[in-house]
Design a protein around this ligand. Structure first.
Ligand SMILES: Cc1cc2nc3c(=O)[nH]c(=O)nc-3n(C[C@H](O)[C@H](O)[C@H](O)COP(=O)(O)OP(=O)(O)OC[C@H]3O[C@@H](n4cnc5c(N)ncnc54)[C@H](O)[C@@H]3O)c2cc1C
Length: 377
């Protein structure tokens, strides 16, 4: 097993670190305050080839490997988890399933769009179907040369900015999970609309919305993969997406730790910087161990995915470990800031709010434990 990053992976880290410092960090606090989608940053990420990074070059992507994809999200999320989330969703949850399950025609049509400015989304969750995603009630009925979709999806990342959605709907309710199919839906298809925009605890720059299908007309050729295989496509996609969330959680933890180290070196109490207290030092030591272990888990899962090996267990372990550590580390770091940490003068409270979602979406921590135990028992 090779634990070293390749030259290309190191280069991606360097490039993304510089991009984050120059373009993401300066507007992160304002993005959180205003809850505005960082449109200009995302446009630049399209131009830099980060949106659609793992898409093959023949479709306009950067053709990067999955470890590069994870590193890009990690670096961006050090400064702004919202931007990291927008990229992770676009790359992992929209480009991903189209690359894997799309017909040559679907790939030729949608992947160049997804690498040249059209934002992607993934719509699985419904009001009564969250952790148990099999209980969705959105239907898709074949009517001649098109499907007619009815129902709604909630909590959809990129929901009110995306142009292209991978959507899951029941084509045969009598067959349970084997009656679910996946579709590529464009926002301009008749009967598609965006509903409620969510106001959230954190991740304010990431646009989360309900999407609604009212006799929505989807051409037959936009069925993604085989009819009835949608649930399997959703689960496979989430396996990949979890590597992106693990990378996002890593980035949040690393960003918080860097801010806390800076603060504790300059904050003097009892006559010395609080970084000189062993209590502080030991906490940083534990954080570094958790971050490094999380990197190994995350990059190993990404590498396995890239090699075409089964990586369900690896992705679940990476997501569980890094997200719970992101929550722990941001909480500890905020504590080191004392009262200042509780104010909006410092980014640490935002990082703690942003960290929480990593334990919830793309499968809660409890769901990851179900996946992990199910794979080992
Ligand atoms: C900001 C945000 C962005 C999102 N983006 C997307 C997106 O782009 N696309 C999309 O499709 N969805 C998205 N989601 C939905 C997200 O994936 C779900 O919220 C998540 O999977 C949990 O589902 P739920 O909210 O219905 O909670 P529930 O499933 O109702 O769970 C509630 C609690 O019960 C626990 N629980 C449930 N079942 C079990 C069990 N068997 N054993 C033990 N505990 C259990 C859960 O772990 C959780 O703690 C997003 C959500 C948020 C908040």
């Amino acid at each position: 097993m090779d634990f070293n990053l390749t030259r290309e992976q190191e280069l991606v880290r360097k490039m993304m670190r510089s991009f984050t410092e120059n373009e993401v960090e300066p507007i992160a606090a304002e993005t959180d305050r205003t809850s505005e989608y960082p449109a200009e940053t995302i446009d630049k990420l399209f131009r830099y080839g980060v949106m659609g990074m793992v898409v093959p070059k023949e479709y306009g992507g950067a053709g990067a490997d999955d470890v590069c994809g994870a590193i890009a999200i990690e670096e961006i999320s050090k400064a702004c988890a919202s931007t990291g989330d927008i990229v992770a969703t676009h790359n992992g949850l929209c480009c991903g399933p189209i690359m894997k399950h799309g017909t040559p025609e679907q790939k030729a049509k949608y992947l160049p769009m997804l690498t040249s400015g059209h934002v992607g989304a993934f719509a699985l969750t419904e009001p009564n179907a969250g952790s148990d995603a099999s209980k969705g009630t959105t239907t898709a009925v074949l009517d001649g040369d098109h499907y007619v979709l009815n129902g709604s999806k909630i909590f959809i990342t990129n929901g009110y900015v995306a142009d292209i959605f991978v959507v899951f709907a029941m084509t045969d309710p009598s067959k349970g999970t084997k009656g679910i199919s996946a579709f590529i839906v464009e926002k301009d298809f008749p009967g598609f609309s965006v509903g409620k925009h969510e106001e959230k605890m954190g991740l304010h720059g990431s646009p989360t919305a309900e999407i609604v299908f009212t006799d929505c007309i989807v051409p037959k050729e936009n069925l993604l993969g085989v009819a009835g295989k949608g649930f399997s496509i959703a689960m496979q996609t989430l396996d990949g997406g979890r590597i992106g969330i693990a990378a996002q959680a890593l980035g949040i933890a690393e960003g918080a730790m860097a801010k806390a180290m800076e603060f504790t070196k300059s904050r003097v109490q009892f006559g010395k910087p609080i970084s000189k207290f062993q209590n502080t030092q030991f906490k940083f030591a534990d954080m570094q161990v958790a971050i490094t272990a999380g990197q190994y888990l995350t990059y190993a899962a990404a590498a396995k995915k890239g090699e075409g090996k089964r990586f369900t267990l690896d992705a679940a372990m990476a997501k569980l470990f890094t997200s719970e550590n992101a929550m722990k580390i941001t909480t500890e770091c905020l504590q080191m800031f004392g009262g200042y940490g509780y104010t909006k003068d410092y980014p640490i409270e935002r990082m703690m709010r942003d960290a929480k979602i990593t334990e919830i979406y793309e499968g809660t921590s409890e769901v990851q434990r179900i996946v992990i135990s199910g794979n080992i028992l």
